[in-house]
Design a protein around this ligand. Structure first.
Ligand code: SAM
Length: 287
């Protein structure tokens, strides 16, 4: 049987199971051995590692991971893919497939159950429609995640490192800055997938800091503030924060905090640095 990492191998298994691609699940399967090798090498997977794969698809990257890792846990939402994975991964005894939505998965429970709470590495060719919630969710979960090596849209990778003032600056770039060191592993052309996505792709590795570069009392609260701050880009920070009912802030209070930080009360959220968000979040918590 041809391997999965080619167009013929992929089509053969898809035809056998009469599989139809689900656009709503962002299904673009990898068919390029060179890129698959680069992902596994870039993630630095060894026989010591437990890997969490998000969206195994038909198991192409999963097979590479099973060869290199101690244990692989693969979480796939599409139940039509589960019997296919049963066949393509049948020769590996170090993989567990879970039919679940990653955004609803308790990652801490998965890490405790399958890796006794020890650090895990995430590796994935991500479904692009939920890149930000997946990455933010992984950072903000309590799960012991050491690194994430993920294929994302090139445009998203390009803007992940932007700073204040850029139109692409937002919760994702701030989260990446706060939680990790980002590195580009490879740029990937649409030809490496079936079906071809209509955008370019990039594999990045986000290595989690043991200690974030900025001190803040409650990082999850800071990211609540950040999400609220970017919720309406045309509005001022005071307007954005006071229209988030969950934060329960009034205009005078927010203006006062900004004033204490040496900032104007009509500033927009996109102008604040990570350190300034940390300071603002601590001031709000202190009230
Ligand atoms: N890993 C495979 C590969 O590289 O060929 C498939 C990658 S494909 C870009 C994304 C995969 O994520 C698909 O298999 C899709 O069904 C799955 N997926 C989409 N949304 C998901 C979710 N919320 N939770 C888990 N898997 C999801």
């Amino acid at each position: 049987m041809p391997t999965l990492d080619s167009i013929s191998g992929t089509l053969r298994i898809l035809d056998k199971y009469d599989f139809s691609f689900q656009k709503r699940y962002g299904q673009n399967f990898l068919i390029d051995a060179n890129i698959l090798n680069k992902i596994v090498e870039g993630a630095g997977i060894t026989k010591e590692d437990t890997v969490l794969e998000i969206g195994p698809g038909i198991g192409t990257l999963t097979q590479y991971l099973c060869e290199s890792a101690r244990k692989v846990i693969a979480i796939e939402i599409d139940k039509a893919l589960i019997p296919i994975l049963g066949e393509t991964l049948s020769s590996y005894d170090n993989v567990t497939v879970i039919n679940e939505d990653i955004l609803k998965t308790d990652l801490n429970a998965v890490a405790s159950k399958y890796n006794e709470g020890r650090p895990i590495k995430v590796v994935a060719n991500l479904p692009y429609y939920i890149t930000t919630p997946i990455i933010m969710g992984l950072f903000e979960s309590d799960a012991p995640i050491k690194s994430m090596t993920v294929m994302i849209q090139k445009e998203v990778a390009d803007r992940i490192k932007t700073g204040p003032g850029s139109k692409d600056y937002g919760a994702l770039s701030l989260a990446v800055q706060f939680y990790s060191v980002p590195e580009v592993i490879a740029n990937v052309s649409p030809e490496c997938f079936i079906p071809k996505p209509n955008v370019g792709s990039t594999v990045i590795r986000l290595t989690r800091y043991e200690k974030p570069p900025v001190n803040v009392r409650d990082d999850r609260f800071m990211f609540r503030v950040i999400r609220a701050a970017f919720s309406q880009r045309r509005k001022t920070l005071v307007n954005c924060l006071t229209s988030d009912s969950g934060l329960d802030l009034n205009r005078n209070e927010v203006a006062d905090y900004l004033n204490r930080m040496g900032l104007r009360s009509d500033i927009r959220g996109e102008k604040l640095t990570l350190s300034q968000y940390a300071e603002l979040s601590d001031l709000i918590l202190d009230r």
